[in-house]
Design a protein around this ligand. Sequence first.
Ligand code: ADP
Ligand code: MG
Length: 323
Amino acid sequence: MAEKKVAEEYTIDDLPGVGEATAEKLREAGYDNMMTLAVASPRDLAEVTGIGEGAAAKIIAAARKYADVGNFETGEQILERRKEIQKLTTGSKALDDLLGGGLETQAITEFYGEFGSGKTQVMHQLAVNATMPKDKGGFDTDVLILDTENTFRPERIVQMANFRGADPDETLKRIHVARAYNSHHQILLAEKAADETKEYQARLMIVDSLTSHFRAEYMGRGSLAERQQLLNRHMHTLLKYSTVSNAVIAVTNQVSARPDVFFGDPTAPIGGNIVGHTATFRVYLRKSKAGKRIARLVDSPHLPEGEVVVQISEDGICDVQNA
Ligand code: ADP
Ligand code: MG
């Protein structure tokens, strides 16, 4: 007798009303798992598959039974989980202090700023730090990096590892990098990361950059809703990973000039409310003189706003030496 499948083993082909041709059209349009179907609108599905809206609604209803939409937890369970929270050093004591001790696990920390503001440098530094022993502020863990802009440089890891007294080859072995070629690929890689956890548990996941593909692919007002929906799904995959693996999630984001802002800093992180509400910590990076960067904590749920200055050099991210 065939063994009964558990919910996760079902694919979209198992849904009533989904034949081979429909399944293929769904996959092509990015509806490749129960969750994306469960939260889809009948109209969108009807459009991409050519089936009627009524049939589409039935597929959605069936997918909802299989999708892992999450569960309720007691306050006690949440408190237990929050006791496990750990903090990863940035390499700068000043920046760690601003963040209340470093980047928290079970949360998403976003670094945003203009091109060249040092976001990718901070990501490299975090990757090195996470592999370091616990008594040096590290997690002694493997690291996952989703590289969307092809800016990962192993040479930079070697420089930073050497400065911290870590073995550069061992450090590189623990950093697993995947290039994401477009936003759907990026979403799938983040979902796949949860599977990788079975082989080695990565307690730091980096997405550099979170938004560049989404921004490039979904231009104009007409596609904004779709972009935000996909970005929302992606952010929640990351958040889920952060709680399941007790991991730090560090993401980067660009700024876009906002024509509607006339006073103050005329820049804002892209991704709108979706990114803003899902990222627990937001750090705004700005260029200053001589390799210095100003890091500003924005919108933290339990820490005061503030600014610190850090130094970027060949050695990585450090405090500014007041010689
Ligand atoms: P972003 O990701 O925000 O666009 P980056 O993190 O790539 O910016 O920052 C690039 C900057 O980092 C360079 O302009 C330079 O100031 C600094 N930087 C990069 N590599 C080195 C290095 N080896 N030594 C010193 N500074 C460096
Ligand atoms: Mg960058």
